[in-house]
Design a protein around this ligand. Structure first.
Ligand SMILES: Nc1nc2c(c(=O)[nH]1)N=C([C@H](O)[C@H](O)COP(=O)(O)OP(=O)(O)OP(=O)(O)O)CN2
Ligand SMILES: [Zn+2]
Length: 126
């Protein structure tokens, strides 16, 4: 089993609706993102998934939220743009692109800083 990952980041503004504190006010983060694909086998090159292909898919989805006011993004008009919901959005938009007989999307890690973040493994019945 191979867990193959790429790391990236994006910048954005957000505010957490109904949050009992300062995070209800508009502010920004440079979120860090780690995308992990799990492969059971390798191809003839010895790769589970080529980093180049993985980075291309990740960039396509990250670009949809980079330098945005996340509260204005259609995905977060109702849903609060917490790091958890951002991870969920990324997972939902990457899962099909990263579904292959040799590998599948395993997890998305989203961190606001080096010291706080979360890892999303997809819906419970996945
Ligand atoms: N589980 C989550 N908790 C919090 C989230 C989140 O997405 N998931 N987000 C926030 C806010 O975005 C906030 O920006 C971060 O809060 P906080 O750590 O309190 O920010 P500070 O920079 O003020 O923290 P200090 O470490 O005290 O400087 C909140 N929680
Ligand atoms: Zn925040």
């Amino acid at each position: 089993m191979y867990d193959i990952f790429v790391k990236t980041h994006f910048a954005g503004a957000h505010h957490l609706r109904d949050y009992p504190g300062d995070c209800e006010k508009p502010h920004g983060h440079n979120w860090k993102v780690k995308v992990t694909v799990r492969a059971a086998k390798l191809d003839h090159l010895g790769m589970g998934i080529d980093f180049t292909i993985l980075k291309k898919h990740v960039k396509e989805v990250i670009d949809t939220i980079d330098h945005c006011d996340l509260n204005e993004h259609e995905a977060f008009r109702v849903l609060n743009p917490s790091s958890e919901h951002i991870a969920q959005y990324l997972f939902e938009n990457l899962a099909d692109k990263l579904c292959h007989e040799r590998y599948f999307l395993y997890s998305i890690e989203v961190s606001e800083t080096d010291n706080q973040g979360l890892i999303y493994f997809g819906p419970e019945n996945n």
